[in-house]
Every structure is written in C-alpha cells, then in structure tokens.
Design a protein around this ligand. Structure first.
Ligand code: GTP
Ligand code: MG
Length: 182
C-alpha cells in the first residue's frame, strides 16, 4: 500500500577503507562486494570504489559505496578529494607486519584532518586486524585496545579477507553507526 511504501527508506553511505600498502584493503572490499579473494597483489593506484546494496531491515535499503584508498605513500597527495562526504571508515593493518600497525595512528590523524561530520565530530571508525588466517598477531590485544581508546576508534575486529572472517561484521558495525547518524 502507499502508506507502507512511505515507510521505506533508501540510504546511501560512503565508507573509506584506509591503511598501509598491502594490508588487504582491496581484498576486503572485493570479499565484501563480490565474495571473492585472490592471492595476487595488484597495488591500487589512487583509489577505487565498489558498491554493495543490502536490505538492512524490512524497510531500510542501504547502498554502500566503499572507497578503497591506495596505501602507497606516493599517492597520498591525492586523497583529500576521495575522503569528501565519507561517513564511516575502516582502518586496516596486517597482523604479520608491525610497521602497518604503527601507521594506524598516522592514518587516523590524517583522516580526522581531511573529513569530519557536520557537527564537527570525527567520522565513526573501526579497525581491522587483517590476515588473521596466517597465524598469531605480532601485536597484542591489549596494545590494540589501547590504541583504539587513544584514537577514538569504536572497536576492532580480527579479520581475514582470505577466509572471510569478520568483514561482514565489521562493516555492519559501521552501517549501524551511520544509520544512527541519520
Ligand atoms: P594497496 O592497494 O597497495 O594499498 O594494498 P591493499 O591494502 O589493497 O592490499 P591487497 O588487498 O592488494 O592485498 C595485498 C596482498 O595481501 C595480496 O597478495 C592479497 O592476496 C593478500 N591478502 C589480503 N588480505 C589477506 C588475508 O586476509 N589473508 C591472507 N593470507 N592474505 C591476504
Ligand atoms: Mg589496494
């Protein structure tokens, strides 16, 4: 009925996926949008974006734009324009590469410098400890918890794009945050 249809809402959200080169950003986006994984590494130049549409609940359709930002330093001058209007962010590090964990601070600082919500708050951010399929993390849970607290990151997930672990859960958390902001 027309009354029922009026209750329906279509939401469009733009999320960013950021972090050092090779941590698995493209693999995460690909897993989430296509359900696929490849072991080949093809570095992202500038940025890519992929879309996935989902029924969040009976009356809410969400169209997610995932912006996959190149991690390589030499592309960083281009990122400001890609960050515009983003309303959520997943910061990714590779549990087998400590330097990529060390960079999280810089990525979040840069994010908060480039985009903020209309009310001036930082955009909701989650942290992905990726490649958890490979084995033990070179960073302790305590260290990750501490960093999240310091940087105002909502929560973190042990993820694997390869074995499809927690990608859905992590991005759903961001969708929930974005819906709460509407
Ligand atoms: P840039 O585009 O250079 O910033 O890198 P990226 O963060 O997009 O990394 P990408 O997704 O291209 O992955 C880099 C390499 O790590 C590839 O060989 C992937 O197959 C591999 N990889 C990504 N995610 C995982 C994972 O969860 N587990 C394992 N074992 N390998 C992964
Ligand atoms: Mg990439």
């Amino acid at each position: 009925s027309p009354a029922k249809q009026q209750e329906r809402r279509d939401l469009v959200f733009k999320f960013l996926v950021i972090g050092d080169y090779g941590v698995g950003k493209t693999s995460i986006v690909r897993r989430y949008t296509e359900g696929k994984f490849s072991s080949n590494y093809k570095l992202t130049v500038g940025a890519d974006f992929c879309v996935r549409s989902l029924m969040w609940d009976a009356k809410t359709r969400v169209s997610l734009q995932l912006w996959d930002i190149a991690g390589h330093e030499r592309f960083s001058y281009m990122t400001r324009v890609y960050y515009k209007y983003a309303i959520g962010c997943a910061v990714v590090f590779d549990v087998t590469r400590y330097s990529s964990f060390n960079s999280v601070n810089r990525w979040v600082t840069d994010l908060n410098d480039k985009v903020i919500l209309d009310d001036g708050r930082p955009i909701p951010t989650v942290l992905f400890a990726n490649k958890s399929d490979i084995g033990d993390s070179c960073v302790s849970d305590e260290a990750i918890n501490k960093l999240c607290k310091e940087l105002g990151i909502l929560c973190w997930f042990k993820t694997s794009a390869k074995s499809d672990t927690n990608i859905e859960e992590g991005l759903s958390r961001l969708v929930q945050e974005a819906i709460n902001l509407t």
